[in-house]
Each structure stands twice: as C-alpha cells, then as structure tokens.
Design a protein. Sequence first.
Length: 90
Amino acid sequence: MKFFLIYVVAVNLFGFIQMGIDKKRAIRGAWRISEASLFTTAFAGGALGSILGMRFFRHKTKHWYFKYGMPAIFLVELFLVLFLYSRFCQ
C-alpha cells in the first residue's frame, strides 16, 4: 500500500509538472511535449495532477479532448481504485 501511494503521488506530480513545462515551451515557441505523452501520463495514474496542471497553468483548457478526456480518465481511475480497494483491502 505504501508503494502504491508513493507511485500515485509521484505520477500526479509528474503530470502537473509536465503541463507547466509544456506551457512554458508553448510560450517560448520551443519544442513541445506531445499530446500522446501527456495522455500517457494521465493513463498511468496521473490524471488528477494533469487536470490540476491544466487549471493552474491555464494550458490545454480549450481542447475538448483534454477538457473532457482528462476528467473521464480520472473518473475511470477513481472507480478502479475504489473497486480494487473494496475487493481486496477489506
């Protein structure tokens, strides 16, 4: 359980930081982080961090697939965690 919590915090922090880096690169016109990489981080468990990064940095908020996709991924992850917890940790 301890490893799982460390992993979740780390991947969400990574998603948050990724959004900030991509926003900074977008402003400078530099090489960007691919949208596939941003979604991969979200699918790996970092959807909440990515959503918070989107809001905090005001980045990717006008793209419908980020605006609705990231919360959808988060809900799936949340239900999966709740299901696994109820199934195996009680």
